[in-house]
Design a protein around this ligand. Structure first.
Ligand code: ACO
Ligand code: V55
Length: 276
């Protein structure tokens, strides 16, 4: 990987947070096969860092991401062996949902501007999302003659009301950050000038938690959702994960018991116990 390829994604570490930015602002952070390769490396790097508890995914410039690069992923693939196209797509999906969806750290998508088509996937794979009020979301696939494929349709159906999702998939009309928050596609929207500060505040809430408990919390949430577990299997699964977590990180709840029941130094309903 050349240093130029490395620059396609920017990574900054700051007090427990890894700020990961798509860094192709002149192309509105359209995602290329090289960018996908770089993202896989970055995810591997961030996931094992002990000093990171939260990863924020965002974009440099005026876009979060303009989706898949229409030239490199679509037009230039014409005439190439089908297997090459399949491999390129697989690498794209790999980081965007197989890898990102169950990432070991907490993840926040910080949607600073345009979020088009294929960019819905990494956005929706993050655990939480905050948008700028005037960020623009658009399922633009229909506007150039393809489907919101590669699981984009699934990401939309899972994160907004069905009537709303199908409306935007069929019309290719844009909606802004405020609307995205009202539909539940993102947790909240704030003025662009406050976006980074607000994201930092949310990251700090997550950083107070036990990393082992937080990791399991997102994992069980997503697995019960993704596999549409029935009540019985879901109960068995959650009990099993709970017991596994107690074996691995049982001291966490002991600390909580003590501070609440003995020391009376905190109330679980009003915030976190002291971890150190
Ligand atoms: N693929 C390839 N190139 C792109 C993409 C893209 N998805 N998005 C932007 N670019 C390029 C433009 O061609 C332009 O290149 P140039 O400077 O060499 O001419 C450069 O990025 C800047 O783009 P502009 O269109 O000039 O930026 P503007 O801010 O005016 O508009 C917008 C931003 C609305 C996002 C526009 O670029 C756009 O519509 N992009 C395509 C969005 C899209 O449909 N993406 C694919 C979704 S489908 C999928 O992901 C599978
Ligand atoms: C799309 C997305 C894909 C793909 C083909 O959103 C089309 C359109 C994320 O992968 O492989």
């Amino acid at each position: 990987m050349t240093s130029e390829d490395k620059d396609l994604v920017k990574v900054e570490y700051d007090n427990g947070v890894a700020w990961v930015s798509f860094n192709r602002p002149e192309k509105r952070n359209a995602m290329t096969p090289k960018l996908a390769g770089r993202m896989l490396e970055v995810l591997d790097e961030v996931e094992v860092r002990e000093d990171v508890g939260v990863m924020v995914l965002t974009g440099e410039g005026t876009a979060f991401s303009a989706g898949m690069d229409i030239k490199e992923y679509f037009r230039d693939m014409k005439g190439k062996p089908h297997i090459e196209e399949i491999r390129a797509r697989r690498k794209n999906w790999e980081w965007q949902w197989r890898r990102l969806r169950y990432f070991e750290k907490a993840t926040i998508a910080m949607v600073n501007g345009w979020c088009c088509g294929g960019a819905f996937l990494p956005m929706a794979s993050c655990d939480l999302a905050i948008a700028a009020d005037d960020a623009k979301f658009v399922l633009s696939e229909i506007n150039w003659g393809i489907l919101p494929a590669g699981n984009v349709t699934k990401a939309v159906a899972a994160n907004m009301p069905a009537r709303t999702g199908i409306y935007y998939a069929m019309t290719g009309l844009p909606f802004d950050g405020k609307q995205a928050a009202a539909y539940g596609m993102v947790n909240e929207s704030v003025p662009l000038a406050d976006l980074r500060k607000r994201t930092r505040e949310l990251a700090d809430v997550l950083l107070e938690k036990s990393p082992a408990v937080l990791k399991s919390c997102k994992e069980v949430f997503k697995r019960t959702l993704d596999h549409n577990l029935g009540w019985d299997i879901s109960e068995e699964y959650l009990i099993a994960k709970q017991e596994q977590l107690w074996m691995l990180a049982g001291e966490e709840r002991e600390r909580g018991f003590k501070q609440f029941l003995d020391d009376k130094s905190y109330k679980p309903g009003m915030g976190m116990y002291k971890r150190d």
